[in-house]
Each structure stands twice: as structure tokens, then as C-alpha cells.
Design a protein around this ligand. Sequence first.
Ligand SMILES: [Zn+2]
Length: 231
Amino acid sequence: MTDSPDPDDITARMDELAATARRCFDLRLQTNAGGNLSVRLKSRDAIVIKPSGVGFRECARENLQVVMLDGTVLSSSAHLKPSKDLEFHLEIYRRRRDINAIVHCHSPWATGYASAGMEIPCLTVQAVEKIGRLPLIPLTENLGPQTAAMIGPVFEDHGIRGAVLANHGTVGVGASLAEAQYLAEIIEETAHIAFVRDTLLLSRGRPASSEPRFGTASDEQAVSSVESQDR
Ligand SMILES: [Zn+2]
């Protein structure tokens, strides 16, 4: 039997989450009622998460949901339930004690890359430093949405701070909501920069694949296979 979370802790995290959601909406990282975000309570055994069917702009104390890490929903308005992506949020929190916040958006530039089945190349100094690698998680074998069992293990690697879901969107994580939010912004900005670069290169007849790419999972695989051949 665990203690009930501190009401002041819940209120503070709800206000923080609502402010972050509003920033996402204002930056057009997420429109309509899609995407979701969550934050871990200070007590660490529960989270506050956006409800299903409510837009980022409308997140407020009255509609946000409190869920224990074992999936028990503690407070919920009668007509609302936690985001349908609750399971993958819980899976990441259970696996990574260093992660206290998750921001998941369907931001268009990054989701465009993911929907083309292309990894987003981390081209800039900032992207390499802040993201490092950005794995692309494919759809299920039946072409269904990614499951918690597919997303969770990717974040088992403590070097992973973000991922892109094919035909779906982005996931940014962090020790705080601000960190996770910045990741969501940097992922989108990186995809936008990559698209502009690739378009300019193509307009001059230079294929993008001939240019350096940094920080993707493909790069890591290439480096590891060279290293294993050297052994
Ligand atoms: Zn989504």
C-alpha cells in the first residue's frame, strides 16, 4: 500500500504541465487534441498526464489525470480518461529513473521524416550536443501504432533523449518538463533544417546522401560495424 501523493505536489506539477502544453501549442508543435505530455510527481511513484481528447491549449487542473506508475488512475474527471499513450509513458518512467517528464508531439517536419521512413540527421552542433542520436521506431508488423513494448526498450539506453515514431510523431524526455519540451523543439527544428538542406542540395543536383550525417542510429551502426571489423 503506497501513500497518496501530496496534493500540493500534484497542483504544482499540473500547473507546470499546463504551461508547457500551452508553449507547445503556441509554437505549433501540436494542434488539435493529439499528442500528449506527462510529468513525474516529486514522490516519484505517480505522474500527471494529459487526458485523451483534450488539446494542449486546454490542459488545466480540472482535466489533467493522476496515474500511479503501476497504471492505477487516481484522479480523473468522470467523462475523461488518461491519454491513450499512457502505457508508453509509464514504461519509460519505470525503465529510466532519471526521466521525470515526457513530451510527445505530432510536429510536422519531424513527423514528415518519420512517415517517409527516414531518420532525421542531427546536422547542427546543437542537435549533436542536445540529442546525439534520434532512433526511428517503425510501425508494428501489422502496420499498427508503436506499442509501449516497442518504445520502452529504446529508452533503456541512458544516452537516448529523444525518438521519432514512424507515421506518428516525436518523443522528447528529460529530467524536467522544460528539458523534455526543449528536446521536442530541437527535434522539430532539426528536421526542418535537414529538410531545407536536403532540398537545397537536390536543387543543385547533389544528393543528400553524399553529405555528412551525424548523430543518427545508422551512423552509430556504421561506426560499431567498423569498430567490430577492426577488432
Ligand atoms: Zn501520438
